[in-house]
Design a protein. Structure first.
Length: 236
């Protein structure tokens, strides 16, 4: 299982340490959101890691929806239920819901297909900043606070025509949009799922942007340079 280094399991409960979460975010997803830094006071586990763990445990269903109800912080033991139901939650010991999952249709449990889907999705998802979000923010004359950028992964869903891929699934951005309401924005990334040259499905990711302010090109350019330098230095 390609995810085994990113969590610890004990008595059917799962713990993701800040170091494991950060390693996944940076090393697999290419996501350098400060919220995933172990030293961040508001640290949280990447939603893309939870998504990948759901695929690995329950398989890739034709239609799936993921709703992130809360951020998983430090020292939170998670329960991934043993179930065949089409709707279930990932919770902690106090039954607090962190992730709601809905699924239906055919299921593919092939480990290679699941890994390809997970890796390709999280790479697509993790690279939304700056290449997608910055042009959207510029279009609406808003930007994140460079001192405290806050982007929260709210939900994701996809619908596949089938799950019997002739080639490993790949993702391509089809459309992106941003809705702004004062200091809050909601961004949507709409994507196609392809197997070779065949489009086998579509999906969308929804993110909430908080603390928006007037767009300042010099400030956002400086922030992007620092962000991309962190990514390049990590990969060396």
């Amino acid at each position: 299982m390609f995810l085994s280094e990113f969590f610890t399991e004990n008595n059917k409960q799962v713990l993701i340490t800040p170091e494991q979460a950060s390693h996944f975010a940076k090393g697999v997803a290419g996501d350098f959101n400060p919220l995933h830094d172990p030293s961040n006071k508001r640290f949280c586990v990447p939603g893309d890691l939870l998504f990948s763990m759901v695929l690995a445990k329950y398989g890739l269903s034709q239609r799936m929806a993921f709703n992130f109800a809360g951020m998983v912080g430090k020292d939170v033991w998670l329960n991934f239920p043993d179930t065949t139901e089409n709707q279930f939650n990932v919770t902690d010991d106090k039954d607090k819901v962190y992730l709601g999952v809905e699924r239906e249709g055919a299921i593919n449990n092939d480990a290679a297909v699941i890994e390809a889907m997970a890796r390709n999705y999280v790479e697509f998802s993790g690279h939304n900043f700056p290449h997608i979000l910055v042009p959207l923010m510029a279009e609406h004359n808003v930007m994140l606070n460079p001192e405290r950028p806050l982007v929260i992964y709210e939900s994701m869903e996809f619908n596949l025509s089938h799950v019997n891929f002739s080639q490993p699934p790949q993702l391509e951005l089809a459309e992106s949009k941003l809705e702004v309401n004062g200091k809050r924005g909601v961004a949507y990334l709409i994507f196609d799922v392809k197997s070779g040259d065949e489009v086998v499905g579509t999906g969308s990711k929804k993110m909430v942007l908080s603390g928006l302010r007037e767009f300042d090109k010099a400030a956002i350019d400086a922030f992007c340079v620092e962000y991309l330098a962190s990514r390049e230095n990590y990969e060396i």
